[in-house]
Design a protein around this ligand. Structure first.
Ligand code: FAD
Length: 448
């Protein structure tokens, strides 16, 4: 039985903050969730572009494009004990296996409602500083909107622990390309991209070849004159057509330079006169409200030192981070990490000593260095995801990730690579049905 009930500040009401609040309360703690916007769902709240009035390279709160669909099948993507099953087919419901973004927001709102979490959230309240008190507690300073006015006021409160769930798709990273300062075309980050129409008839260079780079390239290919996608992992002389139904999309190796006459020159010496460069180059971790007393820093996108990507050894368990790992099934991972944090805070689960945790973190970093894994990929779990989650499940003494979920994830990743543009719709026609049958059998536990 839990021996300790703490008052815990959770920063952010996206998927991570919501499940953290639920797990903390289930464990007997008293969570307070701070959310700077006026709703739950974080990333999944779509915001129209106001590109004309702002710098399109700046970080925005929302980063979804209008056509965005999930890159995981819904059954695989949902929380472990709250299936993301297709909604009862109402006229506005999106029952596709890889639904659009609005369906994910609907699901997260339903999750908050089902577990009665909304009352825990303080909306329009932004955490601006978290500082350590002499005791083990944390002082949280926040700026909140004054009801019925545009004014804001700052207040402070002391909490026994802080769980950071502020997301990591806000602080944009742009490509460092020689000559870009004097290049006359338009530039934007994928974070500001919403719809294809502004690119009608244009020649676009899309830098980055991961999910958003490919999605956005295909999105604008229907209206743009040409789309040139830059894949830095492609061999230097690459210049080939992207497979699929558009004939105006090309893959290139890295850009060498941009020139004042509007040319973009690729590493193989070929060049295009481009109207726009879209940086699909990802994001940086950022914790503007944390100071040195948090004991963590961000170095080349490594947040550390962190034991198992969650606890800074020196201030564990009273400060923790949910949701840092990349190339994972996010919601399931958030749930397991949250369960672990809640159990450690209550005393149900024991952490190693500070020295042991520090030793393990340093050994982990040495292993990454030894195999040449770049520091900026410290939180990319990839093939190690399920081992990590099994470890978490073991700590929490709960069931492991289901086999069908793992297989579904692997199949979706493979289909994405093999069938780029069409993989999502393939799944709607009885494709890989055996996995869906197993998923639905498990879901019957929760939706009898
Ligand atoms: P967020 O959703 O970013 O939530 C963080 C919350 O913290 C926000 O509400 C923010 O307002 C709040 N906040 C931040 N700072 C403060 C502060 N100082 N004070 C108070 N509140 C604060 N995942 C999938 O599973 N499937 C997909 O198909 C998928 N597609 C994606 C596509 C794109 C373009 C992107 C960017 C991400 C995608 N993801 C996908 C990953 C997605 O980000 C995660 O699924 C998940 O939603 C992240 O949740 P989070 O709670 O960690 O962060």
């Amino acid at each position: 039985m839990p021996s300790r009930s703490l008052r815990v500040a959770v920063i952010g009401a996206g998927a991570a903050g919501l499940v953290a609040a639920r797990e903390l309360r289930r464990e007997g703690h008293a969570p307070v969730v701070f959310e700077r916007t006026d709703g739950v769902g974080g990333t999944w709240v779509y915001e129209d572009a106001d590109a004309a009035s702002t710098d399109p390279l700046r970080s925005r709160r929302s980063n979804l494009y209008a056509s965005l669909r999930t890159n995981l099948p819904r059954e695989c993507m949902g929380f472990l004990d709250f299936p993301f099953a297709a909604a009862a087919a109402g006229p506005n419901d999106d029952a596709r296996r890889f639904p659009g973004h609005a369906e994910v927001l609907r699901y997260l709102r339903e999750f908050a409602r089902r577990f009665d979490l909304l009352g825990l959230v303080r909306f329009q309240t932004e955490v601006v500083r978290v500082s350590r008190e002499a005791s083990e507690s944390w002082r949280v300073r926040y700026s909140k909107k004054v009801a019925g006015s545009e004014k804001r006021e700052t207040e402070e409160e002391v909490f026994d622990a802080v769980v950071v769930c502020n997301g990591h798709y806000y602080q944009t990273r742009v490509a460092d390309i020689a000559g870009l300062e004097a290049w006359p075309g338009k530039q934007l980050h994928s974070n500001s991209y919403r719809v294809p129409e502004p690119f009608r008839g244009q020649v676009a260079v899309v830098i980055g070849c991961s999910v958003s780079g490919i999605d956005i390239s295909r999105d604008i290919a229907g209206v743009a004159k040409e789309v040139h996608v830059v894949d830095r992992s492609a061999p230097a002389a690459t210049r080939e057509r992207l497979p699929g139904h558009h004939t105006n999309v090309w893959i290139h190796s890295m850009v060498d330079r941009a020139e004042q006459d509007g040319s973009v020159v690729f590493q193989d010496g070929s060049r295009v006169k481009a109207d726009v460069i879209i940086h699909c180059t990802g994001y940086k971790y950022s914790f503007p409200f944390l100071g040195d007393d948090s004991t963590i820093s961000v170095d080349d996108n490594r947040v550390g030192p962190l034991y198992k990507h969650v606890f800074p050894p020196r201030v564990a368990p009273r400060l923790s981070f949910i949701g840092l790992p990349l190339r994972v099934i996010p919601f399931a991972l958030f749930e397991l990490q949250s369960n672990w944090v809640a159990g450690v805070l209550s005393g149900r689960i024991e952490l190693p000593s500070e020295e042991e945790m520090t030793r393990e973190v340093m050994a982990f970093y040495s292993d990454l260095d030894a195999c040449g894994w770049p520091r900026r990929y410290t939180h990319v779990l990839g093939d190690f995801e399920f081992k990590y989650e099994e470890w978490l499940a073991g700590q929490c003494r709960r069931e492991k990730i289901e086999e069908w979920r793992k297989e579904m994830y692997a199949a979706a990743v493979k289909d994405n690579m093999d069938h780029h543009g069409s993989y999502r719709d393939m799944w709607d026609d009885g494709y890989r049905d055996h996995l869906l049958v197993q998923a639905n059998r498990d879901f019957a536990l929760y939706f009898p």
